[in-house]
Design a protein around this ligand. Structure first.
Ligand SMILES: NC(=O)c1ccc[n+]([C@@H]2O[C@H](COP(=O)([O-])OP(=O)(O)OC[C@H]3O[C@@H](n4cnc5c(N)ncnc54)[C@H](OP(=O)(O)O)[C@@H]3O)[C@@H](O)[C@H]2O)c1
Length: 243
């Protein structure tokens, strides 16, 4: 029975992804800052899908704990899905370094720290899958969220390089660009319905992409073309847009 590790397992997206993999017979390892938040999810998954489900303490910004976290994980996962992230507030982050560094470290540095460790393990054993939930916000910096966007841009570039580095080692790397999604992160925001995915849709898309060894997915197809157009707008025009 293959095992999937979900990093950032309290997120709505992670719950949907975990349930999708459990429904396909995977053992589930749920990792989050506060394990007690995962107790009911753990028993729900174990009972509903009849698969082993374990809970592990993991904090993305406590870099010095990452090596031991992975060392203690038994069995080692076949698939690792990096879901954690932090949107934060751009205006606050411009004046408050705590907020800026939390955005950068959660979305970028923390992901690099744990995925370096896990990808080195996969490279040695010559198998494994890594999926990272990045964001279209990283495709071009916008005034409303460029600190989050730049951290996600770094994460997207990291995943691209990792895929390129590890293809020879039989390790597959998937980049997920969800577009908008209805989750705790976007609670209270007015999102355009046709462009906004439900967590279950993301769970399906991630599972299918991993089976097909797809490299990059835009969960709702329109996003691929929207971002292409956004990237083609000349900088002289782009800098005057309110985005
Ligand atoms: N929602 C969207 O529209 C959207 C769009 C594009 C990309 N994304 C990305 O999708 C991913 C999932 O987000 P979501 O929308 O499902 O939002 P969410 O429910 O707010 O999930 C964020 C998750 O990250 C975890 N997290 C934050 N800081 C952490 C840390 N230091 N260590 C470990 N875990 C930490 C949170 O855990 P706690 O419960 O402990 O806070 C939570 O599980 C994120 O990477 C986000 O950037 C979201």
């Amino acid at each position: 029975m293959p095992t999937v590790l979900i990093l950032g397992a309290t997120s709505d997206m992670a719950v949907a992804i975990a349930k999708k993999f459990a429904s396909k017979g995977y053992s589930i390892q749920l990792a989050a800052r506060n394990g007690s938040d995962l107790q009911s999810m753990q028993s729900d998954i174990a009972i509903r899908y009849q698969v082993p489900c374990s809970v592990h303490a993991f904090d993305a910004v406590r870099f010095d704990t990452h090596a031991l976290f992975f060392e203690q994980l038994q069995p080692k996962p076949d698939v690792t899905i990096c879901v954690f992230g932090y949107l934060g507030e751009n205006d606050r982050a411009r004046i408050d370094w705590q907020e800026a560094s939390r955005i950068i470290h959660t979305n970028y540095t923390g992901a690099v720290s744990i995925l370096n460790i896990i990808s080195n393990h996969y490279a040695l054993r010559k198998s494994g899958v890594i999926a990272g939930i990045s964001s279209v916000a990283g495709e071009r910096g916008r005034q409303s969220n460029y600190i989050y966007g730049s951290a996600k841009a770094g994460f997207t570039a990291y995943l691209s390089g990792l895929r390129n580095k590890l293809v020879k080692e039989n390790v597959h790397v998937l980049t997920v660009l969800p577009g908008f999604a209805y989750t705790r992160m976007t609670e209270g925001l007015k999102l355009p319905k046709p462009l906004t995915a439900q967590p279950a849709e993301i769970g399906e898309a991630v599972y299918t992409a991993i089976q097909r060894k797809t490299n990059i997915i835009w969960v709702r197809w329109m996003w691929r073309w929207i971002m292409l157009i956004i990237k083609l707008v000349p900088e002289a025009i782009f800098k005057n847009l309110k985005l």
